[in-house]
Design a protein around this ligand. Structure first.
Ligand code: C2E
Ligand code: MG
Ligand code: MG
Ligand code: MG
Length: 285
């Protein structure tokens, strides 16, 4: 004990940390149950081509239907899962479920665009290529059907091992996308060392388009660089026609955002595919 002269602020702070720790423990144990009880679900958010307006992919996003708390956001439970290591089991479940769903759709004669799955940095170990290969094989899913979304934090961590694992995944036929681009620390020069085929511009830079000059400059720079590196470029979080038009004129390849669709349950995404839903693009001039 530090004695009796402890600052009230410090006491308050440690009480708050204590609460946070308890909250984490609770989420962790409930997440274990969630996995066992089938409370987890994947939603799918379409990616559309800015040339054709067609659905050319989708991102699988994890949802947790808590029996009492209702829908819990991944923004809340993914960080806890990452801290506790539970992200491995969670991540394996996501890959398994995505493969199962792709197989079910293909069995139902749907022509499937690639489905992207998010990976946490902790999942990115030496065993990952093998785990991916086994999941693909179990469900007879072709590797081209899966894209892996990774974040910049991976690129700054022991680059040589990470590059080796990436190369293995790419050699298997899996494509890699760099998520939330622009929010991390990876320098542009650094980027070309990694076998990444797609860059996703973070929503933070899309939100201010086309009125915020800084956001326009950043979006422009990212698109130009991606073109130089021959990478596909996807804009995240596109909500307005104005943003869409601006991005399209910049030469951005794809859009993902509420303008076209929120993330939706599998059967709704299936319906969009069947109906051949398209984004209405302004007439080219
Ligand atoms: P992310 O990978 O960058 O996913 C995009 C997020 O932006 C999703 O939030 C999506 O619902 C949201 N979004 C898409 N379009 C719009 C838009 O037009 N406006 C707004 N306001 N938001 C939009 P979500 O589903 O809450 O996921 C948050 C984050 O949680 C994801 O960010 C990803 O980092 C993480 N996450 C989700 N599922 C998984 C998973 O299966 N594994 C891992 N490791 N992380 C996941
Ligand atoms: Mg993502
Ligand atoms: Mg993202
Ligand atoms: Mg993002």
């Amino acid at each position: 004990r530090a004695g009796t002269s402890m600052e009230p602020a410090l006491l308050f702070f440690s009480e708050e940390m204590n609460q946070r720790a308890k909250e984490h423990l609770r989420i962790e144990s409930e997440l274990r149950d969630a996995l066992a009880n089938g409370e987890l679900q994947l939603y799918y958010q379409p990616k559309v081509s800015l040339r054709s307006g067609r659905i050319v992919g989708a991102e699988a996003l994890l949802r947790w239907r808590h029996p009492v708390r209702g829908l819990v956001s991944p923004g809340v439970f993914i960080p806890v899962a990452e801290e506790t290591g539970l992200i491995m089991e969670l991540g394996n479940w996501v890959v398994e479920e995505a493969c199962r769903q792709i197989r079910a759709w293909q069995d139902a004669n749907l022509v499937m665009p690639p489905i992207a799955v998010n990976l946490s940095a902790r999942q990115f170990d030496r065993g990952l290529p093998q785990r991916m290969a086994e999941a693909l094989q179990r469900h007879a899913v072709h590797p081209e059907q899966i894209m892996l979304e990774i974040t910049e934090s991976l690129l700054v961590r022991g680059a040589e091992t990470v590059i080796a694992i990436m190369n293995e995944l790419v050699a298997m036929g899996l494509a890699l996308a760099l998520d939330d681009f622009g929010t991390g620390y990876s320098s542009l020069a650094y980027l070309k060392k990694f076998p990444i085929s797609t860059l996703k511009i973070d929503r933070a830079f899309v939100v201010g388009l086309p009125h915020e000059e800084n956001d326009c400059a950043i979006a422009r720079a990212i698109v130009m660089m991606a073109q130089q590196l021959r990478q596909e470029i996807v804009a995240e979080g596109v909500e307005t026609m104005e943003q869409m038009t601006f991005l399209r004129e910049l030469g951005c390849d794809q859009l993902q955002g509420y303008l076209f669709s929120q993330p939706v349950p599998a059967h709704d995404f299936e319906r969009m595919l069947r109906e051949g839903r398209r984004l209405a693009l302004p007439a080219a001039n």
